[in-house]
Design a protein around this ligand. Structure first.
Ligand code: GAL
Length: 699
């Protein structure tokens, strides 16, 4: 976990108030606009309630127009202008996009693909994190920025680079090869240990000199899997190391100013192990974009929840999301009425203390001119800007939640970058495995049942959780197996699935049968993996689960042998090769249990199975029955108060009647409407996509 969380100190509210506030704002790219527009910008920012902007993200070419030539005058003017209008600055170090003069003079900073192609300038982020030349120039810029703005009253946070690894996470250049070798020396100390870890006895790959080692460049067949896994670890570390290099300069020159770097916990962005990166920043910030689809808001909730997990439950910032459409999906649909506010408040519900967008003013030119912004092409007389202004007012009302932390749920979904990386590698039983989707499906099923769950990573304290779901936990080092065993034996209820426990940290198979490291704990044994062909499915006996119909398993169907008398079979296959054999099992382990699910049931199927697992863990929904699945509940707390966020997941009004947790719904104070009925009402109606925030005294 990160050592502490220091949030930006926001400037006093325009009304002079000095209470804690939520941050509200955007990436601000004024270099795209003439000076007159800057005045208009600050006027509209005030109108919208903006109190924070991220400035300078793509300003390198403007701040340093040539080698040794600096131009801060325009940025000084903007810093002063923003400050004069009560708007704080999260100042970027401006290193994200190296200018043409630099790449022309030093093409050796450009990344190289696995195929050996150069990634040329023309877009952005065309730099190698391991390039000493890039570092020299970029870190000089960081120093210059820090010296220029140290002590400036508008400066409240540093924004290192931008979305590190968005476009350049995997670089196969000679610089990368050199840095990879150093990283490997540090990890393995000796070539013997590396040869063992990489299993180089296979295919005659034994190394006799460190210099023989390369990144996994284009090869005749599948590159060595442990080499691939280590290259993923290394690539994440190389970017993290670069983040730390910028951070160290900033901490030295401006020790009072917290440092962040916007992460990308969303969708399929998997190259950066953010659980590990989170320890290096003063506060976590994240960018999130919705990918429209059936689970889109579940995915938003899952991502926000995971960000909260890596932030140790402490507050974090949304540094970018969108007011409406993006420009980089195959079809870029506009957000529907209510989405702008609900998406933002769902992040707040999961611990965000800052809500920012890409970007303030929609560009008239460039690759992102069709990406929405706070001020759209249509101008201030637009639904988007009205929505932005309303949200600004809502966030002012929500000021009391600033600084509150997440209250742990009774259930957690365990998310593990190592299992994501290793589980989806090539030359596996199936290429169809989607690790994040499996985790999301469990999460969606919990949402559908109205169960509040945290998303956590393997370094989290497991003790608060009565039920721990660890889907496709593929990489299980001995120490993790021991922790999970202690968790279950100490009274926890662990659930895991097919393709879990299979390998150790070197991607070596735990021998003796699957699920390897977890075999004893689960009391089952699988001799051969059961991947299914596309379109194939197996029926899972619904009667045993007290369901009306059978469940459907796809992707995978393990032949499961029960090898321990303490195992209870919860469900059997009803069809397929293994008809009549167990597919869901649960073993008593100490005072807890360990359950195994041998097929992929999808979100709907899991919602059918989960009640059996929740019952054993004595976990019940905190929501009244009619609201389950239609409303998401999260809880943030301060020393004095609990804040209950009720988020309408549907497009219709939902009435919540009766108790939420232990308290009658109307007995709470509604933070947004400010009402508190003398005679408590027993219901509350959430408009379509609406959100309520209720406050109650902390017990
Ligand atoms: C982010 C990036 C922004 C902008 C945005 C568009 O990845 O940090 O600069 O490109 O996406 O959605």
């Amino acid at each position: 976990m990160n050592r502490r969380t220091t949030l930006p100190r926001l400037l006093p509210a325009p009304d002079g108030g000095s209470r804690a506030r939520l941050a509200y704002g955007a990436d601000y790219n004024p270099e795209q606009w003439p000076r007159e527009v800057w005045q208009e910008d600050v006027r509209l920012m005030r109108r919208a309630g903006v109190n924070l902007v991220s400035l300078g993200i793509f300003s390198w070419a403007r701040v340093q127009p040539d080698d040794g030539v600096w131009d801060f005058a325009w940025l000084d003017e903007l810093m002063d202008l923003l400050h004069a209008h009560g708007i704080a600055v999260d100042l970027a170090t401006a290193t994200a996009s190296p200018p043409p003069w630099l790449t022309t003079a030093h093409p050796e900073i450009l990344p190289v693909t696995a195929e050996g192609a150069t990634v040329w300038p023309g877009a952005r982020q065309h730099w190698r994190p391991t390039s000493p030349v890039f570092r020299e120039y970029a870190l000089r810029l960081v120093s210059a920025m820090a010296k220029q703005y140290a002590g400036h009253p508008a400066l409240v946070a540093w924004h290192v680079n931008n979305e590190l690894g968005c476009h350049n996470v995997y670089d196969y250049s000679d610089d990368a090869a050199r840095a990879f070798r150093l990283w490997l020396r540090d990890r393995y100390q000796s070539l013997d240990r590396l040869n063992h870890a990489w299993g180089t006895a296979f295919w005659s790959q034994r190394y006799s000199d460190w210099d023989q080692i390369l990144p996994p460049r284009l090869a005749a067949s599948h590159p060595n899997p442990t080499q691939q896994l280590d290259f993923k670890r290394f690539s994440s570390d190389a970017l993290k190391d670069y983040l730390c290099a910028e951070r160290d300069i900033l901490r030295r020159l401006t020790p009072e100013t917290p440092v962040t770097s916007n992460f990308m916990v969303m969708g399929g962005t998997k190259g950066m192990n953010y659980a590990d990166w989170a320890r290096e920043v003063d506060f976590v910030s994240n960018d999130h974009y919705v990918h429209p689809g059936p689970q889109d808001r579940d995915e938003l909730s899952f991502s926000a929840n995971l960000v909260s997990g890596i932030a140790g439950g402490r507050p974090w910032y949304v540094m970018e999301h969108s007011t409406s459409a993006v420009n980089w999906q195959p079809v870029n649909v506009a957000k529907r009425p209510g989405d702008l506010a609900r998406d933002s408040l769902l992040h707040v519900a999961h611990g965000a203390d800052g809500i920012c967008f890409f970007q303030w003013r929609q560009s008239a030119a460039g690759a992102e001119k069709y990406h929405s912004a706070m001020v759209p092409h249509a101008g201030e007389d637009s639904a988007v800007f009205r929505g932005v202004t309303e949200l600004g007012a809502t966030l002012v009302e929500l000021a009391p939640v600033a600084g509150s932390v997440r209250e742990p749920a009774a259930v957690a979904v365990l998310f593990d970058w190592e299992s994501w990386w290793a589980g989806e590698q090539d030359s596996h039983p199936t290429s169809r495995l989607d690790y994040r989707q499996e985790a999301l499906d469990w999460y969606s099923a919990l949402l559908a049942l109205g169960i509040r769950a945290d998303v956590i990573t393997t370094d989290a304290d497991l003790a608060p959780y009565r039920l721990l779901v660890a889907p496709v936990l593929h990489v299980v080092p001995g120490e993790l197996a021991a922790r999970l065993t202690r968790y279950a034996e100490g009274g926890g209820h662990l659930v895991t699935t097919y393709f879990s426990g299979v390998v150790d940290e070197n991607d070596h198979v735990w021998l003796g049968g699957y699920p390897g490291a977890l075999r004893e704990l689960l009391g089952v044994r699988v001799e051969e993996f059961g991947p299914l062909l596309d379109g194939d499915a197996v029926a899972v006996d619904g009667d045993a689960l007290s369901l009306d119909g059978d469940l459907t398993g796809t992707l995978w169907a393990d032949r499961v042998d029960v090898v321990d008398p303490a195992v209870e079979v919860l469900a059997e296959y009803r069809s397929g090769e293994h008809a009549g054999r167990p597919v869901v099992t649960r073993r008593r382990a100490g005072s807890g249990t360990a359950a195994y699910v041998g097929t992929r049931l999808g979100a709907e199927g899991l919602a059918g199975l989960l009640p059996r697992l929740l019952d054993a863990a004595e976990v019940r929904s905190e929501l009244p029955a009619a609201a389950r699945g239609r409303v998401e509940l999260t809880v943030r707390r301060t020393e004095d108060h609990r804040y209950l966020f009720l988020v309408n997941r549907t497009d219709e009004a939902v009435t919540v009647t009766g108790l939420v947790g232990d308290v009658l719904i109307g007995a709470h104070e509604d933070v947004l409407t400010g009402t508190r009925e003398d005679v408590p009402q027993s219901h509350l109606t959430l408009p379509p996509r609406g959100v309520a925030v209720l406050r109650e005294p902390a017990p």
